[in-house]
Design a protein around this ligand. Structure first.
Ligand code: AMP
Length: 559
């Protein structure tokens, strides 16, 4: 059995390096040690996920369900340090892991003073598999009293872990390990450890969507046996932002429907539906299940599409209305009547025992057309193949007039790439809704901008905790003249300076445009903006009027 200490030590070693080759080597030697332990088949999947800051497999919708407040409460109980002080430590260090470590070091020092023979917070007692079992119990705790159950398990873990283990345990709980190990490094480390081809590892990952299981399969040198499994969602192919200038060759053009992505698995009479986040939403969508059963003629299929809710005016309803359908747990049939859904299918990745991800799009479409019997509520998305920007523009305008988002341009010869955002699918849509964000930090510029404050650190607001949660940095879209006006404005709000870095009192709200909202472990909000640019300063807004993390989450789900 491998100790959690060994995991924490590996994380610590990785944290000190920046070369991904060196990181891969460290992860690989850790995997090697695990594969020589008593139970590698149990431990390998756990560590391959933990090392990326994940607890459960990518395909699984199981969530730990522990937010910062529950975590702080547990650390407080385990360390005996008042909650208020824990929160202050988090604020000062900007890292819940560091805060947990300090809190538990203090407890240890106190105990050592009291009992001279005290040897520590049960160091080396905690095993990796124990930690996972506790996490599973935390995730499964539900209903009345579940918060207390979660706290009890966490309190046990923090009470047993050494201060250094607590550092990584706390970060793991918030899925923010911050050591820079992502899927790519784990994939390469698996290949390195078990002397397998990186492409074979990548492909197995694409098909079963679980690097933990891929690691075990690779350790048995059995990657070639891996196949897609009906009932287990795979990552969905994603689109990149495009423009009309991209239309220099043939594209298959479809409407970009304003709805919610669904991946549908049909196995005979058994139909499962997964959301974009790969949650199983089957039970909330009995109408869609029924349609699939009656209108899809194939016995087995994995289909990709978008469900749209249409209002009485014939226009798509807001995304939140669809979410109401997805999240509904009771009175489902009333909801089916109230918010009817329309399914637009646009892709197929598996058909009657045959994997289609390596097939070109135009062939996949043929297969899709062949198995769908259209219905008022279900059809294959209309597609036009063209290289004429004017034709695309007309389709785009029609889509917008119908209340949809724009168009998708798809390379007709492209394969289906699960989880990949690339040039083979381009989306064209009008400029996105802006976000109002608070400026909580900045940097002094360099060179001729040395006396100017720029590179603003932006944050959204969390009304539940009254905290400002960082979401990224932005400094573009600002002229030198504006910069100097903004420098004057911000100089009154400087809290502290450290070299070029400035901490600012949250006071000024920027309206920010951006190209994309992405999930990111680097910022406290859990999101980051791509290409943020200043539209204007919202002098009319207080920091608390800034957009909430909930709205960011909602917009991120819509994009
Ligand atoms: P992305 O912004 O990368 O998530 O990709 C575009 C999103 O648009 C997809 O996730 C779908 O939810 C949605 N969408 C709407 N219509 C289509 C379509 N015809 N083809 C692909 N995706 C579509």
């Amino acid at each position: 059995m491998t100790s959690f200490k060994e995991f924490a030590d590996t994380c610590e070693a990785i944290e000190g390096i920046s070369s991904s080759l060196e990181m891969t080597a460290l992860v690989s030697s850790f995997f090697q040690r695990i594969s020589e332990s008593d139970d590698p088949d149990t431990e390998l999947p756990i560590v391959s996920r933990f090392i990326m800051g994940r607890i459960f497999p990518e395909w699984s919708a199981v969530e730990l369900g522990v937010g910062p407040s529950l975590l702080y409460e547990s650390i407080s109980r385990a360390s005996g340090m008042p909650l208020r002080q824990i929160k202050q430590l988090v604020r000062e260090t900007g890292d819940v892991g560091e805060a947990a470590k300090i809190a538990l070091e203090k407890k240890k020092a106190k105990l050592q003073r009291t009992f001279l023979d005290f040897t520590g917070g049960g160091e080396a007692d905690l095993e990796i598999a124990d930690v996972f079992e506790r996490m599973l119990a935390i995730a499964h705790a539900s209903g009345k009293g579940s918060q207390q159950i979660k706290i009890k398990h966490l309190q046990y873990l923090f009470g047993t872990a050494s201060p250094n283990e607590s550092r990584y345990l706390a970060r793991l709980v918030l899925k923010e390990l911050r050591i820079g190990v992502g899927e790519g490094i784990v994939r390469d480390a698996i290949a390195q450890t078990f002397e397998e081809d990186v492409d074979a590892v990548e492909r197995a990952y694409m098909l079963i969507n679980d690097l933990g299981e891929v690691a075990v399969t690779a350790s048995h040198h059995d990657l070639s046996s891996v196949n897609i499994r009906i009932g287990r969602p795979i990552k969905m192919m994603l689109a990149q932002l495009g423009s009309f200038d991209d239309i220099t060759e043939m594209y298959a053009v479809e409407w970009k429907f304003d709805g919610a992505r669904v991946q549908i698995h049909k196995d005979g009479n058994d139909v499962r539906i997964f959301s974009r986040r790969l949650e199983d939403v089957t039970n909330s969508l009995p109408d869609v299940v029924k349609l699939v059963k009656s209108q899809i003629t194939a016995d087995q299929a994995i289909l990709d599409g978008e469900v749209v809710a249409i209002g009485s005016d014939g226009k798509p309803l807001a995304f939140q209305e669809i979410l109401k359908r997805f999240r509904r747990k009771y009175d489902i049939s009333a909801m089916v009547q109230k918010i009817p859904l329309y399914l637009n299918l646009f892709d197929i990745v598996y058909l009657d025992g045959i994997l289609l991800i390596d097939c070109e799009l135009h062939l996949r479409r043929e297969k899709l057309d062949a198995i769908v019997q259209s219905h008022e509520h279900l059809r294959v998305a209309e597609q036009t193949c063209t290289d004429d920007p004017d034709v695309v523009h007309t389709i785009y305008q029609n889509a917008l007039d119908a209340g949809h988002e724009g168009v998708m341009l798809k390379n007709p010869d492209s394969v289906y790439s699960p989880g990949k955002r690339g040039k083979n699918w381009l989306k064209i849509k009008p400029i996105m809704e802006t976000l109002d964000l608070v400026v909580v930090g900045a940097d002094w510029g360099e060179g001729r901008r040395a006396n100017l404050i720029g590179s603003y650190l932006l944050a959204c607001y969390d009304p539940d905790t009254s905290e400002f949660l960082e979401i990224g940095r932005g400094g573009t879209g600002i002229t030198d003249e504006q910069l100097s006006e903004l420098t004057n404005l911000f100089s009154q709000y400087i809290i502290s300076e450290d070299g070029k870095t400035i901490e600012l009192q949250p006071a000024v709200v920027f309206e920010i445009a951006y190209e994309e909202i992405q999930k990111s472990p680097h910022y406290a909000s859990g999101y980051a903006l791509r290409f943020p640019r200043l539209v204007r300063v919202r002098f009319d807004k207080t920091p608390e009027d800034a957009d909430s993390v909930e709205r960011v989450e909602w917009l991120a789900g819509r994009i």
